[in-house]
Design a protein around this ligand. Structure first.
Ligand code: ADP
Ligand code: TRP
Length: 322
């Protein structure tokens, strides 16, 4: 089974991204059960980043970050979207099979325009490029966040339209949303999200980490009294880093009293810092050796192209492209 997903390079990665999305893909990759295809969606990022050096930098940082967090180019196909240009060719071909109405109904487009982002053709046709990403590599399953489900459905609809005319050439993808993972709360207790500015970032400095954890909102139970771990944001975050025994121990500390939230916040900061220590080291290594990142991406792109070329040639033949 081929599992494919695109990773946006914009923005710094936070604990919500890690536990709800990255860790799950890494676990799936390591299970060896699926044929994993993952790429940095740098063409898609053009719809929100217009500065060249920012886009270039965040693309390379994203590649370093995902590899540092466990994406292993030896176990999956990992590349930079713009290194396989055939995706743009398929994007144009698929545009002929994409009714305007389908794109006009896209929530993501409507939301972005409602937020004041200029309604460019790039933003409008974003789902067609995403369909090309998915269909060019004959993906069976596409893990995405809830906001992207409709885009996978669009890819499916476009593939059906193409196949109706040309035969069963494009594989119909299914979306997959990781429902089982609880929402990771931010420092204010709402869903952790970069748009709410309530994140704890994975690759922040230790000083920043302490500052962020110490601003987590808690109640005002006095230090000596027992505390409610059930409703505590510090506990909800710490739990992600602890096994059963560690969680039980922390619950006991809450129930015992005699420790303030400051202690639990400091403990959380330590947990986060330790947990990501190996990833931080790898990230720094890659950022200091960017030639290595580029070589890895180039070989990933070559592997991806091997899959894409036979399909694109078949599509050229079917559509009459010289
Ligand atoms: P943000 O909300 O910070 O912009 P993204 O939309 O880039 O995050 O999220 C990328 C992925 O991580 C999606 O699959 C999304 O469902 C997941 N995710 C992000 N934040 C959280 C969270 N706080 N809890 C659970 N999942 C999250
Ligand atoms: N649009 C996706 C997002 O914002 C990223 C993406 C681009 C993608 N191409 C894809 C995801 C193909 C899955 C499959 O998260």
């Amino acid at each position: 089974m081929r599992v494919l997903t695109g990773l946006q390079p914009s923005g710094r990665l936070h604990l919500g991204n890690y536990f709800a999305s990255i860790k799950q893909m890494v676990d799936e990759q390591n299970s060896g059960k699926s044929d994993m295809f993952m790429f940095i969606a740098n063409y898609h990022a053009m719809t929100s980043v217009s500065d060249a050096s920012t886009l270039r930098q965040s693309s390379i940082e994203a590649a370093a970050a995902f590899m540092a967090l466990g994406i292993d180019p030896g176990k999956c196909t990992f590349w930079m979207q713009s290194d396989v240009k055939e995706v743009l060719e398929l994007y144009w071909v698929l545009s002929q099979y994409t009714p305007m109405g389908l794109l006009e109904r896209a929530h993501s487009y409507k939301d972005k325009v409602a937020k004041g982002i200029a309604a460019s053709h790039g933003l409008f046709s974003y789902p067609v490029l995403m369909a090309a990403d998915i269909l060019l590599f004959s993906a069976d399953v596409v893990p995405v966040g809830k906001d992207q489900i409709q885009h996978v459905e669009i890819a499916r609809d476009v593939a059906i339209k193409f196949n109706n005319e040309h035969g069963e050439i494009l594989r119909l993808p299914e979306h997959k949303v990781a429902e089982s993972v609880a929402v990771v709360p931010g420092i204010d207790g709402a869903k952790m999200s970069k748009s709410y500015k309530n994140t704890i970032d994975i690759f922040c400095t230790q000083k920043e980490l302490k500052k962020r954890t110490s601003s987590i909102v808690t109640d005002s139970t006095p230090l000596e009294e027992p505390k409610q771990w059930q409703s505590c944001n510090v506990y909800a975050l710490a739990k992600l880093f602890l096994d059963e025994a560690g969680q039980a121990e922390l619950r006991a500390r809450y129930e015992r009293g005699g420790e303030g939230y400051g202690h639990f916040k400091a403990y959380l900061a330590e947990l986060v810092w330790e947990y990501f220590a190996p990833a931080r080291e790898k990230y720094e290594y890659f950022m200091a050796n960017q030639g290595e990142i580029k070589a890895i991406l180039a070989s990933g792109a070559a592997k991806a192209r091997e899959v894409a070329l036979p399909l694109i040639e078949q599509i050229r033949a079917k559509t009459g492209i010289y």
